[in-house]
Design a protein around this ligand. Structure first.
Ligand SMILES: *Cc1c(COP(=O)(O)O)cnc(C)c1O
Length: 370
């Protein structure tokens, strides 16, 4: 297997893979599994510093985003879509799909969304049912400061839906302090499980909004209310992917035991950026750097595809290009969760130095992690 230094999926720890392969019972009928599921959700909430309920849904990260929007959008609802990246803008499609009216608040894709201009905008217009925003917009590695933005939105009575799929556990997330109403996570980013699960964390305000709907939620899988009282009734709306959840639990146990996780992400990310800049490469963004992914622009005379190809063929390391408006513009190196170690980054940057030299890129110094 190659070393997978992509911004999700990540490599998966041995103990998580082992947990995914143990013999399983019947998750629909076995009473003990309801406790296991609930305790896993509670552990996840605890790691995100919230008393809000979390749910594990069977489906990839995108399902969480769709479910959040589907569950609180009704025809004609005005929704503020904070857009400084591909995923940020993408929320508008879900809002329209469920009958809402997305209003885009678009800012420079190379800079984080700033608090004061947002406040000034809301001062003039805050008639929104909720707002969507992305914590780490992975295609560009853009990190928005949810601890500043979400409380401002709430001040104006606007609920918040936050996509932190690739932000959480590499960057701080404090759901209660930040007043996040629905937080979306996924198994394959810093949680470091394989692809397959999404997690949603739901505030009481958001639950109330779902209960007070005038119209039914036009979906089954994307309807967050189908889990209501699952524990009391010992009834899941569909059969739970038990092996995935065993793996998730182990991964969350790993995170709980890893007291330096945020500090390590911050250090590795800072050193990675520093190494790239010192060698004469250019970071894509001007600020708002996430600790989970580093994104640099393609140097003159080479293509993203060639860099990725040689990293794979000569060094057995997989790194990523990007997509949508970012396609062909940048290279992305993931350093999240189980990937985020000094050794992995040393090996990756040494290999990248070799590949860029082979391709004739003029660096101003040796690219190395130190
Ligand atoms: C990975 C990711 C998701 C989940 O979707 P994918 O299909 O895995 O891309 C959602 N939001 C963000 C910001 C992500 O990085």
């Amino acid at each position: 297997m190659y070393k997978m230094m992509t911004p999700g999926p990540t490599m998966v720890a041995e103990n998580v893979r082992a947990a995914r392969s143990v013999e399983t019972g019947n998750p629909d009928i076995d009473i003990d599994f309801f406790d296991f599921y609930k305790e896993t959700c509670e552990l996840y909430s605890e790691l995100l510093h919230t008393k809000n309920e979390s749910l594990i849904l069977s489906g990839e990260g995108i399902l969480g985003l769709e479910a959040a929007v589907a569950s609180i959008t009704e025809a004609g609802d005005r929704v503020l879509v904070l857009d400084n990246g591909v995923f940020g803008k993408g929320f508008a499609d879900f809002v329209s799909m469920y009958g809402g009216e997305p209003v885009l608040y678009t800012t420079d894709y190379k800079r984080e969304i700033e608090a004061e201009p947002l406040r000034a905008y809301l001062e003039a217009d805050h008639d929104f049912k909720y707002a969507t925003l992305v914590h780490c917009d992975t295609p560009s590695g853009m990190l928005n400061d949810i601890s500043k933005l979400c409380p401002i939105l709430k001040e104006y009575g606007i609920l918040t839906v936050v996509d932190s799929v690739s932000g959480m556990f590499g960057n701080p997330v404090n759901v209660d302090d930040d007043r996040i109403d629905i937080l979306c996570g996924g198994s394959q980013k810093a949680i470091s499980c394989p692809i397959g699960l999404t997690l949603v964390t739901i505030s009481d305000d958001a639950k109330r909004m779902m209960e007070e709907r005038k119209t039914k939620i036009p979906s089954f899988y994307a309807n967050l209310t189908i889990f209501k009282d699952y524990y009391e009734n010992k009834w899941f709306p569909y059969s739970m992917p038990i092996s995935d959840i065993y793996g998730l639990r182990k991964a969350l146990d790993n995170i709980r035991g890893d007291k330096d996780i945020l500090k390590r992400h911050a250090e590795v990310a800072a050193k990675t950026r520093n190494a790239l800049v010192s060698a004469g490469l250019h970071l894509y963004a001007e600020n708002g750097y996430s600790n989970t992914v580093t994104v640099f622009t393609i140097p003159e005379g080479v293509t993203a595809a060639r860099i990725i190809e040689l990293m794979r063929s000569d060094h057995n390391i997989l790194i990523a290009g990007s997509f949508d408006v970012m396609a062909g513009e940048v290279i992305r190196i993931g350093h999240m969760g189980y990937n985020c170690t000094e050794e992995n980054m040393k090996e990756t940057l040494t290999a990248l130095n070799d590949v860029l030299n082979k391709l004739g890129v003029k660096l101003t110094g040796t690219l190395s992690y130190s």
